[in-house]
Design a binder for this molecule. Sequence first.
Ligand code: NDP
Length: 286
Amino acid sequence: MAPRPIGGATLVAGVFGDPVAHSLSPVMHNAAYAALGMERAYVPFHVRPPELLRALQGVAALGLLGVNVTVPHKERTARYLKNNLSAEARLQGAVNCVINRGGRLVGDNTDAHGFELDLRELGAPVAGRNVLLIGAGGGAAAALLALKRLGVRQVTIANRTRARALRLARRIQSVAATVTDLDALAQPALVADVGMVINATSIGLGGEPYPPLAYEAAPSDCVFYDLIYRREPTSFLRPAIDRGFKTADGIGMLLGQGVHAFELFNRVKAPVVAMRHALLAALGRS
Ligand code: NDP
């Protein structure tokens, strides 16, 4: 179905980020509105950190349906909305969508849900297995929560800032987790018995090289998953592809979190096929 023209009754949702121009959320949500013939629009807003609070107040003032919140605003938005958080946002200490309920803003987080859905679809070997999780920010918190729900045995969290990894391990306490530095990634023992290696850092977003990692020591059924999505394989995934491992990038997680956010903003069932198709087309994969 063709998009409905913007008119006097058009309702608006959007995404706050800095930067935001690279975001595929507008493509995905507007494809959903077009598929359902809804007179709604989803718009990117370039919100710099000093403007975040005023921008959030604008969601209520302008009567937006809601907004997604992306890097670097997720943790600060959770602090601003600390009295109106879903259990999921509270657990992750981060908000990725703000829903406008008649002028009351509610912070929620659909990232763990999106990641869990994608791992189930991939059939990733997580239940009863060990996993290496690289990174300790908002994306890593979502991944850790999803791994817990999928029955992971033990998670090693490797991060540049050790204190942040320790905070993450404490936040989601019911997972058995140990913490290490990025230098340890080169040690074969770290990956020798893992079912997955997950990159949840932003290393590679701009095409930069990944720190040395002992790919060759991973079991043959190990899945390498990068939360980053780009047109070309990332510097984290490239060596895994070359060695014949199963790999995935963050496009499935993006779709999963977007589907859930769409349903929270619009209170209708999301057209998943149209949303997936729009994302893949935007990345030149369809
Ligand atoms: P955060 O800013 O919360 O965390 C960034 C993480 O990357 C931290 O672990 C940080 O380490 C690490 N990092 C950043 N730069 C470097 C560097 N130069 N060297 C080593 N480590 C570094 O971001 P998010 O967790 O929200 O996002 C991380 C990535 O995951 C992003 O690329 C984002 O696009 C992607 N993502 C994808 C999603 C999807 O739907 N596919 C959903 C959520 C995130 P330190 O703690 O030391 O600063």
